[in-house]
Design a protein around this ligand. Structure first.
Ligand SMILES: Cc1cc2nc3c(=O)[nH]c(=O)nc-3n(C[C@H](O)[C@H](O)[C@H](O)COP(=O)(O)O)c2cc1C
Length: 176
């Protein structure tokens, strides 16, 4: 085998889905964007794995302006709310591997992800977390997912700086 061949991923061939949240509009370090950083990474993962995708969307979107969004999301997190979603994924029965992607919001997943993940049965699933962030890495998300995805094996995650999302394809590929 050539030295340049990439090792075949143990996840290839397993039916997979990417469940993610991502917010466009004004964001830290990148100004106004039309596609969220986490969505950029989620699409790289999809391109590499052919996984299905489900985007978690808050029924009432966070404000477009960054500082207002910060306040809304912080309050929601402090009150441990479960915001309503545009649509809910009912089950993940068809999948072995679940990629769970989110921006880090004060160390944790945004509350709309909590609304969604709590509705699913993760027994026996492989969960691969990924985040985009501006300094916190994966934050407390891996341990949070142990609670939210009961019965799943939580694999080591991938953390990409939001401002680097568009140039992250090689890192994403190595991780996938
Ligand atoms: C409400 C809010 C809270 C955030 N909290 C953190 C944080 O705790 N740590 C961090 O590194 N970045 C934090 N960020 C930055 C985002 O994680 C980062 O910009 C991310 O790439 C946004 O992803 P998105 O474009 O997919 O929504 C926060 C951003 C917002 C809007």
């Amino acid at each position: 085998m050539s030295l340049f061949n990439k090792k075949k991923s143990q996840y290839v061939g397993k039916k997979s889905i990417i469940i993610y949240f991502s917010r466009a509009d004004e964001n830290y370090a990148v100004g106004y964007i039309t596609k969220g950083n986490t969505e950029v990474v989620a699409e790289y993962i999809r391109d590499l794995t052919s996984a299905d995708m489900f985007k978690v969307e808050r029924k009432i979107p966070y404000a477009k302006d960054y500082n207002t969004c910060i306040r809304e999301a912080q309050e929601e997190q402090q009150k441990n709310e479960r915001p309503e979603l545009v649509a809910t994924l009912d089950n993940i029965d068809d999948y072995e591997v679940v990629y769970v992607g989110a921006p880090v919001y004060w160390g944790y997943v945004p509350q709309p992800m909590v609304t969604q993940l709590e509705k699913l049965n993760f027994e026996g699933k492989i969960v691969r977390p990924f985040t985009t962030h501006e300094g916190s890495g994966l934050g407390s998300i891996p341990s949070q997912l142990k609670t939210l995805c009961k019965g799943a094996t939580i694999e080591s995650g991938l953390a990409i700086r939001g401002a680097d999302a568009h140039s992250s394809k090689n890192r994403v590929e190595d991780w996938v």
